[in-house]
Design a protein. Structure first.
Lengths: 336, 583
């Protein structure tokens, strides 16, 4: 593929130079019948290239896409995405076909007169009303998903976790046994208290600071996001989750993990993707890669924006509780 | 005015000219110059994305110490991306496109001697020129140019501690943009006043070519939304230099707490996108207007649904001012607002669909004259559809969550506003070149230019959707920190190769353009056999446009292939025949 493109590039450059040098001899300026014919046929060819590129991309690049959603909300996201995408591809296939076909079919011929057709109330009504109806459906469906996804109510005894962003790393803080986060402000940042937790707040003592995000499968998690310096965005693509971290305010997002890390590693799509990656890595002589969920920064935040990440581990709830118990609380960390 | 001949010196004719035709050429050439810089930058960062560890000694010549050992530094990568976006959106597609063609066509197509205020028009251009100079100068400051993304969200853009580009580079960026906005407001006011007041006899609003409708409505959007960006820029200057806290609060950086308290970066996002979204249409509508005109002329058919086209331009313009929040679905804004913005955003799909269908219907049973301008116009319809459709994903708040700020967005907006608008600009240049320079551009080079560009554009942006759907964030200096993204590396190489191909194809255009100015074949008065008034002016430019009386208009501009007429076009100045009905 790459070699082919190099060759193409070389050919194009050669042609370009040849064409440019011969411009003085070429005085053609207005399309003749011959041009109309050639260009019309080229549009038909381009139509074929266009559909070919589309089909090729879907065939070749499907494997690099994200695997199945790993959260309950993400599953309804994926369904909405699929419905929308099918609609898009349907409209795309038809309109582009008509465009290229008409460009080919009605290429100019000297003496032929075009049809004087300036208006049709009926047609215009059709393509105003049909998109309006279809869009209403999409909007209603989309908004119902949006309302579900953005529901951060604590009706289901959710786990509360703070995700804290700074140039260029992530930290996390679990709300602890009382499931309430202690207050925090950047003005309290001192030494080991890197998140500026207010230790005079009694809710703060049992909070658990960590450098790795562990989540329980099947329990809703409410994330509270803070940033200490510039805008960041907490992007967890496998869970179809994203929210900006804004200095000076707390933002939130919630989802319910539905697959543990182990289960995701055993997912067919993940296996196919990881195989592909490891083939590339082997060619470069790098160690094989094992799948992990990731939290990555998705809002430009400075030099090392491209390497601001945190590992996410989804576990069965019992394993998660055991892990959390092993971690030191704020009180233990700060007192030390 | 036209009767007595002004004595013109070199300076008043070519430099401080008040003639709209000369000003339009000044805009075009400046826009092309900025475009060369903008496209060149995209070549640099595409090389970095495709081959992140590779050393490019040739590029070291351009980036100097920012490219130590031939490898670009992350800061300069972000700076180049930022300046590429700024230059392409504002300097090329706003000033270069709208400035060129609004100036050229508004007086010529409505039958006016010049703009309402030639002086303001001149000032508008020179402010644009000044802002371009400042923007180019900002590339050379010591810590590098602005690097916070073209959206310059604070606090990153406000704090030099956060990124080096937020020092002098950002100051110059803000000054340049403030001047740019002043320029574009002066231009826009002039366009609005001219269209409303200086139409010739018989040129009713319902007889205006769609180009003029597009420029007119674009100018109105500009007047409504650009001042908001100006206020955002000024407030940001205050935060940066005078210690206010409009956009900043609770910041701890490099070991110290800053004094800012109570501001909100989200406020900046609102102000920015209140311009930023309409800006998409400021860029796109003129391109669509140009396309309407060119598709109709070259199909030898009236544009289908003239009134619906006007209606959809107005609807798009109105809606464009109430959808800005769809850039902020995951900004922390109230989810209810997300619902509202989803609704208004997806409404825009309706007038857009009407426009796309009307273009396709205009081609149907036409007699298509495949001039280079026509090729680019058809190309525009194609990319407008391809790019517009993915808007259904991004405009839907729920679906936006997972593709927000990924390469999916980059692919979407490059197709729908980048490529489409630049196709519109090329189409306009090929079509009105004879009007601007009195000579013709070469068609063979035009064909090569179009086809290579068309293949390259889809080759770049179609695969790009997939790496976005793979979860790859935009504005990453390199993907090597994530084994997860190792499998997009090959796709990135393909994209870069197509990008270089597309960039190289623009050399064909540059050669064609500049050589044709001097050596092109002399133009006839109406080479495309078009109906509109600009083709009734003499080929040699005269101050005042028409040597004698201003033309009188008797019909709408789209009487192509009208039954009962001897030719397949009828100039707007031709009176109706006996018993003929106006369309």
């Amino acid at each position: 593929m790459t070699a082919l493109l190099y060759v193409l590039l070389a050919i194009v450059l050669a042609v370009a130079i040849w064409q440019i040098t011969s411009i003085l001899n070429l005085k053609g300026t207005i399309a003749t019948d011959k041009d109309n014919n050639t260009q019309g046929i080229l549009f038909a060819a381009f139509g074929i290239f266009f559909y070919g590129l589309m089909i090729f991309s879907f065939w070749k690049y499907s494997v690099i896409l994200l695997p199945d959603a790993a959260s309950i909300e993400g599953e309804s996201y994926d369904t909405l995405y699929l419905v929308t995408m099918l609609l898009i591809l349907f409209v795309q296939a038809i309109t582009q076909f008509l465009l290229f076909y008409f460009a080919f079919k009605y290429r100019g011929i000297k003496g032929r007169k075009a049809l004087f057709y300036a208006d049709s109330h009926k047609l215009e009504m059709i393509w105003t009303i049909v998109p309006a109806v279809v869009l209403s459906g999409i909007v209603l469906y989309g908004l119902s998903v949006w309302n579900d996804v953005m529901d951060a109510s604590d009706a289901e005894n959710p786990l509360i976790v703070e995700v804290y962003a700074k140039q260029f790393q992530w930290e996390a803080r679990y709300a602890g046994e009382d499931n309430e986060l202690g207050l925090a402000n950047v003005r309290n940042i001192k030494g080991i208290n890197t998140m500026g937790v207010d230790m005079t707040d009694k809710n703060a003592n049992d909070d658990v600071p960590t450098r790795e995000l562990h989540l329980p499968k099947g329990r809703k998690v409410i994330f509270k996001f803070r940033s200490q310096d510039v805008l960041h965005s907490a992007y967890m693509p496998h869970f179809r989750a994203q929210m900006n971290c804004v200095p000076g305010m707390v933002t939130q997002f919630a989802f319910t993990p539905s697959m543990t890390t182990e289960e995701m590693r055993a997912n067919d799509k993940t296996i196919a993707k990881v195989e592909g990656i490891n083939k590339i890595r082997a060619d470069k002589g790098e160690d094989p890669y094992e799948f992990d969920y990731l939290l990555l920064c998705n809002k430009i935040c400075g030099s090392s924006h491209y390497n601001m990440q945190m590992k996410i581990v989804v576990q069965e709830e019992a394993d998660f509780n055991a892990w959390l118990k092993d971690q030191k609380t704020m009180a233990q960390v700060v007192v030390q | 005015m036209s009767d007595h001949h002004h004595k013109e010196t070199f300076v008043t004719k070519y430099i401080f000219s008040q003639d709209h035709k000369m000003i339009s050429k000044q805009y075009l050439v400046t826009g092309i110059f900025m475009g060369v810089i903008g496209v060149f930058m995209s070549m640099l960062f595409r090389l970095q994305i495709a081959w992140p560890d590779h050393s490019f000694s040739i590029i070291e010549a351009f980036l100097g110490r920012h490219q130590d050992g031939g490898v670009m530094s992350p800061d300069i990568y972000l700076a180049i991306v930022t300046i590429h976006g700024t230059i392409m959106v504002f300097f090329v597609l706003t000033a270069g496109l709208s400035g060129t063609f609004s100036n050229l066509l508004i007086p010529l197509q409505i039958g006016a001697r010049d703009m309402a205020s030639g002086f303001l028009n001149m000032v508008s251009y020179w402010l644009f020129f000044l802002s371009s100079v400042i923007m180019v100068c900002s590339l050379f400051v010591e810590a590098g140019p602005a690097a916070a993304g073209w959206t310059i969200y604070p606090p990153l853009s406000a704090l030099p501690q956060a990124i080096p580009g937020s020092g002098m580079g950002m100051t110059l960026w803000l000054i340049s943009m403030a001047i740019f906005i002043a320029s574009s407001l002066l231009g826009a006011l002039n366009y609005i006043v001219t269209v409303l007041n200086l139409r010739t006899i018989g040129m009713k609003m319902t007889r205006l070519p769609l180009t003029i409708w597009a420029f007119f409505v674009t100018a109105i959007i500009g007047v409504v939304s650009f001042p908001v960006l100006l206020s955002a820029a000024l407030l940001l200057i205050f935060d940066r230099s005078f210690g206010t806290s409009f956009f900043l609060s609770d910041i701890f950086i490099q070991g110290e707490v800053l004094h800012y308290q109570g501001g909100s970066p989200v406020l900046f996002e609102h102000l920015f996108w209140f311009l930023g979204h309409p800006e998409v249409y400021i860029v796109l509508l003129p391109a669509l207007g140009i396309t309407s005109e060119i598709i109709s002329t070259n199909s030898r058919k009236p544009i289908f649904g003239y009134r619906a086209m006007i209606g959809s331009i107005i609807a798009i313009a109105f809606l464009s001012t109430i959808v800005w929040g769809h850039h902020m679905f995951v900004s922390g804004m109230n989810p209810f607002l997300g619902s509202v913005f989803t609704f208004t955003t997806l409404l825009i799909a309706i007038p857009s669909a009407v426009k796309a269908f009307n273009y396709i219907t205009t081609l149907w049973k036409g007699n298509l004259q495949m001039n280079p301008a026509m090729l680019f116009s058809i190309g525009l319809v194609s990319t407008f559809i391809s790019g517009g459709l993915t808007g259904l994903v991004l405009g839907d708040s729920a679906l936006d969550i997972n593709v927000h700020d990924t390469y999916f967005v980059v692919a979407h907006f490059h197709l729908v506003m980048g490529v489409s608008a630049i196709y519109g600009m090329f189409a306009g240049v090929y079509h009105w070149f004879p009007k601007m320079y009195g000579r013709m551009m070469n068609k063979t080079l035009g064909y090569w230019h179009f086809w290579i560009t068309a293949v390259a554009a889809y080759g770049v942006f179609f695969p790009m959707h997939f790496i976005g759907l793979a979860g790859l964030p935009r504005r990453y200096y390199s993907n090597t920190a994530f084994p997860l993204f190792d499998d997009v590396a090959d796709v990135n190489i393909v994209i870069t190769l197509f990008a270089i191909l597309g960039g190289a194809a623009q050399l064909i255009f540059l050669a064609n353009f500049f050589i044709s100015i001097y050596k092109g074949k002399k133009a006839e008065q109406n080479p495309w056999r078009s109906n509109t008034l600009e083709w009734t002016t003499p080929v040699e430019h005269v101050h005042g446009n028409w040597p004698g009386e201003l033309p009188t208009v008797h019909r709408w501009p789209y009487d192509y292939s009208k039954p009962g007429q001897p030719e397949d076009f009828v100039s707007q100045t031709t009176p109706l025949m006996e018993g003929e009905e106006e369309s």
